[in-house]
Design a protein around this ligand. Structure first.
Ligand code: ATP
Ligand code: MG
Length: 334
């Protein structure tokens, strides 16, 4: 089948809260564009989400919300295998094996690990081992490409290193996948602090959720941090906050930053922000409408996830059979 000859791409988003416009611009938009060209595997990373404490009563709903959001943004289960990470136990199995060839120092120097543990007194091993599980998420499917935001490039480099290490120790097994990064919008910054990246797990004013209400979106943009001066100009070095808002505007309206700058010559920050709110609302409206539609059809969505997990397990198990043999495990007894 032609379908099977397509090259593979893999990615996922954590079920750690409300998906935001950073996830959309940096990751989901790419998934949707790539699904015609690649054989795509896209999952919701619930195993990753629990590397920071999650409420067990909410985790399942958060996971499903992320799936509704994928579908609402245009991921098509006919083209993309959509599944939940924990439904494919081979992820944890390969993650464990990769841990055994990963030097501790490699994990300790990861920027995400340092950022997420900065204010913690007791650091959990799951956060440290996040990148080995991520390497497993990817390598199981032998993809050529991994569409991600800029913050995940370092983890992808480690994935390539681990693929090489495994291959040299146990024999050629994994391809080294490359990161696919958006030219613009690969790192959307927090609205309340343009030096930090926008994150689900940060405070609610740092992000615009894809499902935020109209009032919330207007409020968050209104109170978003701006820079000194009053020009609407793209210059990340001296105007990080306005530059970030310009990127959001440009990505959500599909306009060049230069055109937007021209449009706002002589206008105030508050006029610019009011228009930005309209642009974001217009872009999110169809997504929210589709989200509501999918959320009302949970049964069909669960079937998509059942089919997706079955397909993913098939591919992942084939990889694991090779991996187990190469590592030298005694064959499972029937
Ligand atoms: P958390 O705060 O729980 O880590 P997150 O907002 O960073 O959540 P992830 O689930 O970790 O989201 O990342 C999912 C995808 O979205 C990844 O490909 C990541 O690179 C991308 N991404 C996350 N934040 C941004 C951002 N601010 N700008 C662009 N892409 C982003
Ligand atoms: Mg993250």
């Amino acid at each position: 089948m032609a379908e099977n000859r397509k090259q593979i791409a893999v990615s996922g988003i954590q079920a750690s809260g409300n998906l935001h416009i950073g996830n959309y611009i940096g990751a989901i938009k790419q998934f949707v564009e790539l699904q015609d060209k690649y054989n795509m595997f896209v999952f919701v990373a619930d195993l990753h989400a629990i590397t920071v404490p999650q409420d067990p009563k909410k985790l399942g709903a958060q996971t499903l919300d992320a799936v509704y959001t994928y579908l609402a943004c245009g991921l098509d289960p006919k083209k993309t295998t959509i599944f939940i990470q924990s439904h494919v136990p081979q992820h944890t199995e390969l993650g464990w094996i990769l841990n055994t060839i990963t030097p501790l120092g490699e994990l300790e120097r990861m920027t995400q690990f340092k950022d997420k543990t900065k204010d913690q007194t007791s650091i959990l091993a799951g956060l440290l081992n996040y990148p080995t599980l991520m390497a497993a998420d990817i390598l199981l499917y032998n993809p050529i490409a991994v569409p991600v935001g800029e913050d995940q490039v370092q983890h992808l480099e480690l994935t390539r290193t681990l693929a090489r290490k495994f291959n040299s120790r146990f024999g050629e097994t994994f391809k080294e996948p490359k990161a696919l990064i958006q030219k613009d919008g690969a790192r959307i910054m927090a609205l309340d602090d343009p030096i930090k990246k926008m994150s689900k797990s940060g405070n609610a004013n740092n992000f615009i959720g894809l499902l935020d209400s109209e009032a919330e979106i207007r409020r968050k943009i209104k109170i978003a941090v701006t820079d000194s001066g009053k020009e609407i100009k793209y210059d990340p070095a001296t105007k990080p906050a306005i530059s970030n808002l310009l990127i959001i505007y440009s990505q959500m309206a599909g306009l060049d930053i230069k055109e937007i700058e021209k449009k706002y010559v002589g206008k105030s920050y508050s006029e610019f922000k009011a228009d930005l709110a309209e642009v974001v609302l217009r872009a999110l409206k169809p997504i929210q409408e589709k989200y509501n539609k999918f959320a009302k059809d949970k049964k069909s969505v669960l079937q998509i996830l059942r089919d997706g997990a079955a397909e993913a397990r098939k591919v992942a198990e084939t990889t694991m059979e090779g991996v187990r043999a190469k590592v030298g495990f005694l064959e499972a007894l029937q």
